[in-house]
Design a protein around this ligand. Structure first.
Ligand code: FES
Ligand code: FES
Length: 165
């Protein structure tokens, strides 16, 4: 137990008690200790955004945050977006509008967009483009990602998601 800290992460509403070194990243804790591999690791130094999750509802690059810093926070990952068989409106929009190809970047884009639209459901296309520009995609050329998020934003405005996240 030397040099390890026992922490409890609340991920997608479930408690995970972990014993981690202070240097363990939130991304590694989610993937390797919680078994939630939907959060992807690309660059591992804050550039690509593939590892984006929501911490207390704000998008965070989980490769840049230590797991111990997330103690007591609400962490949401891509695994928590769908409710059973019902896809989140963002997931549905990505699926229907070819917002992904290989899908490696997709969890990061979904969580980034989810956090942004929950914070401000009235984001303009210009603002959505600006927010999405923080994440990288090697496949799509971005147009269908932007289209998917804009269409999902319209649907979320018409039919806001329930508060039980
Ligand atoms: S893996 Fe975290 S920003 Fe690229
Ligand atoms: S869909 Fe392949 S990296 Fe974005």
């Amino acid at each position: 137990m030397a040099n390890k800290h026992v922490i409890t992460l609340i991920v997608n509403g479930k408690d995970y008690t972990l014993s981690v070194e202070a240097r363990r990243t939130l991304a590694d804790a989610l993937r390797d200790d919680c078994g939630l591999t939907g959060t992807h690791l690309g660059c591992e130094h804050g550039v690509c955004g593939a590892c984006t999750v929501l911490v207390d509802d704000k998008p965070v690059r989980s490769c840049l945050m230590f797991a111990v810093q997330a103690e007591g926070c609400s962490v949401r990952t891509v695994e928590g977006l769908a409710k059973g068989d019902a896809l989140h409106l963002l997931q549905k929009a990505f699926w229907e509008n070819h917002g992904l190809q290989c899908g490696f970047c997709t969890p990061g884009f979904l969580m980034l967009a989810a956090g942004a639209l929950e914070a401000d459901p009235d984001l303009s296309e210009e603002e959505i483009r600006d927010i999405l520009s923080s994440n990288l995609c090697r496949c799509t050329g971005y147009q269908n990602i932007i289209k998917s998020v804009c269409l999902a934003a319209n649907e979320m405005r018409a039919c806001p998601p329930s508060a039980d996240r």
